[in-house]
Design a binder for this molecule. Structure first.
Ligand code: AMP
Length: 299
């Protein structure tokens, strides 16, 4: 079963205390699609300008990502730049140049409208709605978001939450959206807004899944060195959705291992700049880290 993924496709310029890399392939759709591709066929919906490097297209193709829904139009590809502080926890956005992203209206080819698993990766909620409007009968829809949309598009986001099965957000976003400091109570409030599955990401402290009151605590894979955490959240949710699309049985039975696979893809993402580490991953490496994490948490 394939996963349909809509989100941003970007060229990212990233600065850490150690290094600086300009114009790397990035964007929420890129990270999520590559992560999902280790488990399931992926159809990606997005937009790029005519400056988009051919090498980036080749990278998607290497991961067998279906690009029928990727619009290539005259103009500049979305460019985002960010800088990390010493501890890699705090990130500052330096520049956001929307380029062709400003005029993006997702158009789904017929082949994409029947996808059963849909990931609305981080993108303006109005565009996430637009994708859902074109879907026939999706079986499982998950939305991701970022603080920007909580600040400038809250009514659209709240409407979206009534249309999705799962919602993924980080802990500060959960607190902001619910005005609730305690994450268990925040998750309960988030269920009240619509989604059956609420997943709160806590960076290096793992993630919490709440599925109608039942909790699952997922650890993050412990890393000695983080090179670049950009896209870790997108890789997490991409890995999770890719696994869910091919796992046998109902989502309810598969969501816990799916989150662990998400954590593992996120950990690989942090091991290199941009997508460089994620694209070198194999199924065997994923299986090895899955086992290691199992051993680290068994008691
Ligand atoms: P994350 O580290 O998981 O928050 O995701 C980082 C990615 O989000 C980068 O590759 C950026 O290109 C992308 N990004 C940054 N700002 C936006 C935005 N306003 N809309 C969509 N994607 C964005």
């Amino acid at each position: 079963m394939s996963v349909l993924i809509v989100g941003s496709v970007a060229l990212d310029s990233i600065k850490t205390p150690q290094a600086q890399h300009p114009r790397l392939l990035g964007g929420s759709a890129s990270y999520a699609s590559v992560a999902a591709s280790f488990f399931a066929p992926v159809k990606m919906i997005g937009i790029v300008g005519d400056d988009f490097p051919a090498a980036c297209l080749r990278l998607y193709k290497k991961h067998k990502i279906d690009l029928e829904g990727l619009q290539v139009v005259a103009g500049k590809t979305f460019h985002w730049s960010g800088e990390y502080e010493t501890n890699m926890d705090n990130r500052r956005t330096l520049k956001t140049e929307l380029g062709v992203f400003e005029t993006f209206t997702p158009r789904l080819p017929v082949s994409c409208q029947k996808s059963e698993f849909v990931l609305l990766a981080n993108i303006a909620p109005v565009l996430q709605h637009h994708v859902l409007d074109q879907m026939r009968q999706p079986k499982f829809v998950v939305a991701d978001t970022m603080d920007l949309w909580l600040n400038i598009a809250l009514p659209d986001l709240l409407k979206l939450l009534k249309r999705v099965d799962g919602f993924v957000l980080n802990e500060s976003e959960a607190r902001q959206l619910t005005r609730e400091n305690n994450l268990i109570r925040a998750a309960r409030k988030l269920h009240g807004m619509g989604p059956k599955y609420v997943i709160i990401k806590k960076g290096e402290n793992g993630a919490i899944l709440s599925a109608r009151g039942k909790l699952f605590i997922a650890p993050a894979f412990p890393l000695e060195k983080v090179m670049d955490p950009t896209g870790a959240g997108d890789s997490f949710v991409g890995g999770m959705m890719g696994y869910l699309a091919t796992a046998k049985g109902p989502v309810e039975s598969n969501i816990r291992p799916a989150i662990i696979y998400g954590s593992i893809l996120a950990s690989y993402c942090c091991g290199g700049f941009g997508l460089s580490a994620l694209t070198r991953v194999t199924r065997a490496l994923i299986a090895r880290r899955f086992k290691e994490l199992e051993n680290l948490t068994r008691f």
